[in-house]
Structure formats: structure tokens, C-alpha cells
Design a protein around this ligand. Structure first.
Ligand SMILES: Nc1ncnc2c1ncn2[C@@H]1O[C@H](COP(=O)(O)OP(=O)(O)OP(=O)(O)O)[C@@H](O)[C@H]1O
Length: 583
């Protein structure tokens, strides 16, 4: 029953719809009493030779009117209750999707995509069933069952009714007992489905790697094991499910047997007429569905309850990134002051950044270099507010970045990581993703700055070329350039290129960087790169090692320090020369 309380907020919101549904159900139940009673009268009329053509016609008209009445009332409740269920599904889907949009990087590190998809599909369906089928089963078992019972008692015989309902409490006990077990089993089954979903999602996304490493068989074996495990867990739900129906059938059979024995005795002793007994047995037949409804209701509620708890577990997860209620509503501009004393990734004991400090005037360029895993991306992630749990302060335009409203802060930053996500859409739509209303001329201008125009011109479909899922039909370099064009479209105050030109050749990279310098004279840029020539023109370069700044200065200053930068730069220059000579 608790799921109805948990969904109380929705039923209160949609009370008019549900009231209409319940009224429809009550009317359907009341009208449903009429035909069996009429049939009983007809039987008595035949038995007592009192049935006339006129009374038969009246009976037929009443039955026809009852049928038409039920047609209308059924239409009323179906529309109302199924409409209500669809509304709940919509509300929960929207809420969950919005929640996904707001959650932080830690959330996505904790939950896997397949798991989240399972919550958004199977679990929401189970909850929706409570507001549709569940309400119907609840109302049916109480309204139809109750009305029929009253009719049996008032219109036929109360003693016979009591005998017929003696086995009913057994149904409540069985339903309650199995319902409890189903709750636990169904939660486990949904969790198993999540794992399976996740496995399928990961295997499909990673199919190229699986094939390249010849792991198809091993992966199929792993998948089969997960299927077996899921089926094993589901089997328990099925067993519990299949215990319901026979229990109900058994209880009904006992009721019928008792009714026929006692009813037969009453007829022979003239306590009730044969017509009454026929009506009574028809009413008892009408009790079958409400009794099944009781069983199904427990089942629906427990499934809905288990799924509701799972979805609520997700919705109750709070993002660690707090968007200030009355955050600064302005676009960040001006100088950046980065002062991070220490940063550890959540759930990671190691320190990822220590004493990283730099100041960047509006329009300047900062280069960040260092070996693999030195902390270059981490420096950027803190500016992008992926994590807020650092010791220190990062200011933009004189204000702590945490004091800006996220909706104003993030759109001012153009972030291009090494592997940008592209949507399965056309090149044009990917470029103007941040503003689908911009003109073709604007799209072409940013494509030109990213040195992508010639490449697009060479494609048969040009800007209408579909890039495929995650941009699969483009080369690595084309994907990177498209991502840069997409970031440039918003003319960001701060452009962050996180190894975003690693897949293009040095010459093209130099061209793109020159374009950016010319176009973005008053805008700030941060470039992290492994190829040191990418940052040699920066106003300041910092060299990171194990999360700490070990060298800093301009290119010329760093070359004079004869440290990691100077050594690396010389080596890379030599490699370029050797490559050039070989070609
Ligand atoms: N989400 C995360 N959770 C825990 N640790 C992380 C996370 N992301 C990165 N790290 C760790 O933080 C350290 C710095 O990683 P980061 O990605 O900043 O390095 P990087 O210098 O950008 O490396 P690369 O040159 O390979 O891109 C690494 O040791 C990495 O394992």
C-alpha cells in the first residue's frame, strides 16, 4: 500500500482525473449488478410459469440499457485512469532526465550508462503500472468486489454470502505474504537487468576494441553468464508470480463448492428460489476478477514500490556542484586567478593537484604541458566546475567561479577535449549545436577558422554530411576540428583546448592556432598539449609533474632553464626534422 502513499503527490495533483475514473468504476460496478438479477428473475419466471412476452421484453430492454451504460462508464474510467498513468510516466521521465542533466562528474563515475538506462525504462514502466493497472486493480477489488458482495447480501441471502466469502481472507494472507517476497525478488531482478543492460551497452559501444583484440568469444561468454544470472534471479520472481494464480483459483473453487452445497439445500428448503441461486452464482462469477485483482494489486504494488525506491535512490543523489540560487547572472569576463592549494578526486586518496597557481589576463594564452597523467586535464576540469571540492579559489573577472550562476558561467567557456562527443547528425548541426538558429555563413566562418572548410568541400554532401554515431564516419583530425568549430561558434570568453589538436598534423595545427590568435585577440585561451610547439607562443607556459608546477615561464625563459621543457622541445624538434628528412 505504501507505493500509493509514495505517489500521493501525483494523485493529489491529478485528483480530478482519478475522481472521474473512480466514479466511472463505481457506476460500472453498480450497473453490473443489474443483469444477473434480471437473469434470476427470468429463471424464476420460467420456473414459476409467470414469464410473459411483455415482462421478457422489459427485461431485455433493461439488460440492453445496462450494456450501453457500462459501455459509457467503462470509456470514462479507461480514459481517466490510463490518461493518469501516462501523465505520471511523462512527469517522472522529465524529472529523471532533468536530474541526469544536472548531475556532476562524480555521479557519472558512480553510475554506469546501462544502469541509468534501465532506471529510465523498466523502473519507470513498473511505477507507471501502479498509477494505471494498480489503481484499476485497487478500485476493482474494492468497488466491483464490494458492490457485488453487497448485491449478493441484500438481493439474495446474507448467510449464503457469508459462506461464500469464508475462504476470502486466505487470499489476503497469501497476497500479503507473496507480495513481500516479490518486493525483494523484483528489486534484485531490476538490479540484474541493470547489469545486463550495462553489459550490452558497453559491449556495443566497445565493439571495435573487442573485435580488434579478438575478444568476441570471450565477450559473448561473459554476456551469456550475465544472462544466465539474470534469468536465475528472474526465475524467483516468476515462481512467486505463478504461486498467485493457482491460490486464487483454489479459493474461488472452494467458494463455488460451498455455495452450490448450501445454495442447493436452501432451494430444496424453499429459503431461496432457483432464480436467486442462478443470480448468486453469476455474482460469484463476477467476484473472480476482483479477487484476481487483489492478487495482481499486491504484485503491481510491490514491483512499483521496488522500482520507485530505485528511481528515488537516483533522484535523491545530490550534485556536489552547487548552483548558487542567486548566482551572478553575468557572463564571466576579465582576468583569471587560479589558486588551487590541493585537489583530490572524490573517492581517490591520492592528491591530483598541489599548489597550482597562475594568473591570466583577458586575451592572454596559457600553455599547460607535462607528461601523461601529470594533471593537465584536471586543472581545466576545476575551471569547468566539474569538481568543486578543492582547497583554494579560482576567480574569473574578480569573482569566485563558484559564485556565478552555472547557466551564465559555462556558456562563456568553449571546451574542446581530445575526444569530443559528436551527435549523430549532420556536420552543420554539430557545428551549430549551441545555437541551431545561426546562419550558414556563420557556420562556414567557424569551419574556416578550424581549417575544416576544404575537408567539408571535398565531401559529396558538404555540410549535410551525416557524421554517424559519435562522428564515426569522420577521421580523428576532422572530429577534432569540428569540435573546435563548435566551440568557436559561441565566441567563448575562454577557450580551452585540452590536447584538442593531437590528431592533426603540426602544420595544420600551426595554421589553426594562428587563426585563433588573430580572431581572439581579446579573448583568453588555455592550451594543454603534448606537442610543445602548440604552446610555444603562449604568454605563459606551466609544466606540471605529478600535479605540481615544476617549471614556468615563456618559451624563451623555459628554454634557458634547461629543464624538462627544454629537453622535450629539443627532442620533438629533432624528431620533426628526422620525419621531414625521411619523407
Ligand atoms: N575522474 C577521476 N577520478 C580519479 N582520478 C582521476 C580522474 N581523472 C583523472 N584522474 C587521475 O588524476 C591524474 C591526472 O590526470 P589528468 O587527466 O589530469 O592528466 P593529464 O596530464 O591530462 O594526462 P594526459 O596527458 O594523459 O591527458 C591521473 O593520475 C589520473 O589517473
Amino acid at each position: 500500500m505504501s507505493i500509493f502513499l509514495k505517489l500521493g503527490w501525483y494523485f493529489r495533483r491529478e485528483w480530478k482525473l482519478y475522481l472521474a475514473g473512480v466514479i466511472g468504476l463505481i457506476l460500472t460496478a453498480i450497473i453490473g449488478i443489474v443483469p444477473p438479477r434480471i437473469i434470476g428473475n427470468v429463471v424464476d419466471g420460467i420456473d414459476q410459469h409467470t414469464l410473459t412476452a411483455r415482462s421478457l421484453t422489459v427485461y431485455l430492454v433493461i439488460i440492453a440499457a445496462a450494456a450501453i451504460g457500462q459501455y459509457l462508464t467503462r470509456y470514462l474510467w479507461r480514459n481517466a485512469i490510463w490518461g493518469g498513468a501516462a501523465g505520471l510516466e511523462r512527469t517522472l521521465r522529465e524529472r529523471l532526465f532533468w536530474h541526469f542533466m544536472k548531475m556532476d562528474a562524480t555521479f557519472y563515475q558512480t553510475y554506469r550508462t546501462g544502469d541509468l538506462m534501465a532506471h529510465a525504462t523498466n523502473d519507470l514502466t513498473a511505477i507507471e503500472r501502479v498509477a494505471g493497472g494498480g489503481i484499476l486493480q485497487f478500485a476493482d477489488s474494492i468497488i466491483t468486489g464490494g458492490t457485488t458482495l453487497i448485491a449478493m447480501m441484500m438481493l439474495i441471502d446474507w448467510r449464503l454470502t457469508i459462506i461464500a466469502v469464508v475462504p476470502f481472507p486466505l487470499l489476503a494472507v497469501v497476497s500479503w505474504y507473496l507480495g513481500q517476497k516479490i518486493h525483494v525478488a523484483f528489486r534484485a531482478s531490476q538490479a540484474a537487468f541493470s547489469r545486463l543492460n550495462n553489459k550490452a551497452q558497453e559491449s556495443i559501444s566497445g565493439i571495435k576494441v573487442i573485435k580488434a583484440l579478438g575478444q568476441e568469444k570471450a565477450d559473448v561468454k561473459d554476456f551469456n553468464q550475465q544472462i544466465d544470472q539474470t534469468i536465475k534471479i528472474n526465475r524467483r520472481v516468476n515462481i512467486l508470480d505463478s504461486l498467485f494464480d493457482p491460490a486464487i483459483t483454489f479459493i474461488i473453487a472452494v467458494s463455488y463448492a460451498a455455495t452450490i452445497v448450501l445454495g442447493g439445500l436452501y432451494v430444496t428448503h424453499h429459503v431461496i428460489t432457483i432464480g436467486n441461486l442462478v443470480s448468486f452464482i453469476t455474482y460469484l462469477g463476477m467476484m473472480v476478477w476482483p479477487m484476481f485483482a487483489v492478487g495482481m494489486l499486491f504484485n503491481t504494488m510491490e514491483r512499483g514500490n521496488a522500482s520507485y525506491d530505485r528511481v528515488m535512490d537516483l533522484l535523491n543523489q545530490k550534485s556536489a556542484i552547487v548552483d548558487q540560487k542567486h548566482g551572478l547572472a553575468q557572463r564571466p569576463t576579465g582576468d583569471i586567478d587560479y589558486q588551487v592549494k590541493q585537489f583530490n578526486y572524490p573517492n581517490d586518496a591520492g592528491t591530483s593537484l598541489r599548489n597550482v597557481q597562475f594568473q591570466l589576463k583577458a586575451g592572454q594564452t596559457l600553455g599547460i604541458v607535462g607528461r601523461v597523467g601529470a594533471g593537465k586535464s584536471t586543472v581545466m576540469k576545476l575551471i569547468l566546475r566539474e569538481f568543486d571540492n578543492y582547497d583554494g579559489q579560482i576567480s574569473y573577472g574578480g569573482h569566485d567561479i563558484k559564485s556565478y550562476a552555472l547557466d551564465n558561467f559555462l556558456p562563456a567557456i568553449g571546451y574542446v577535449p581530445q575526444d569530443s562527443f559528436l551527435f549523430s547528425n549532420t556536420i552543420r548541426e554539430n557545428i551549430r549545436f549551441a545555437d541551431p538558429t545561426v546562419s550558414q555563413a556563420t557556420v562556414e566562418a567557424v569551419a574556416a577558422k578550424s581549417d575544416l572548410s576544404d575537408q567539408i568541400a571535398g565531401m559529396t554532401e558538404g555540410y549535410d554530411t551525416q557524421v554517424g554515431e559519435e562522428g564515426i564516419s569522420l577521421s580523428g583530425g576532422q572530429r577534432q576540428r569540428l569540435a573546435i568549430a563548435r566551440a568557436l561558434l559561441i565566441n567563448p570568453e575562454l577557450l580551452i583546448l585540452d590536447d584538442a589538436l593531437s590528431a592533426v598534423d603540426a602544420e595544420t595545427e600551426a595554421e589553426i592556432l594562428a587563426n585563433l590568435k588573430a580572431e581572439r585577440a581579446d579573448k583568453t585561451t588555455i592550451i594543454a598539449a603534448h606537442r610543445l610547439s602548440s604552446v610555444m607562443n603562449a604568454d605563459e607556459i606551466i609544466v606540471l609533474d605529478a600535479g605540481e608546477v615544476v617549471e614556468r615561464g615563456t618559451h624563451a625563459e623555459l628554454m634557458q632553464q634547461h629543464g624538462w621543457y627544454a629537453k622535450m622541445f629539443t627532442r620533438q624538434q629533432l624528431e620533426t626534422k628526422v620525419e621531414g628528412a625521411v619523407q
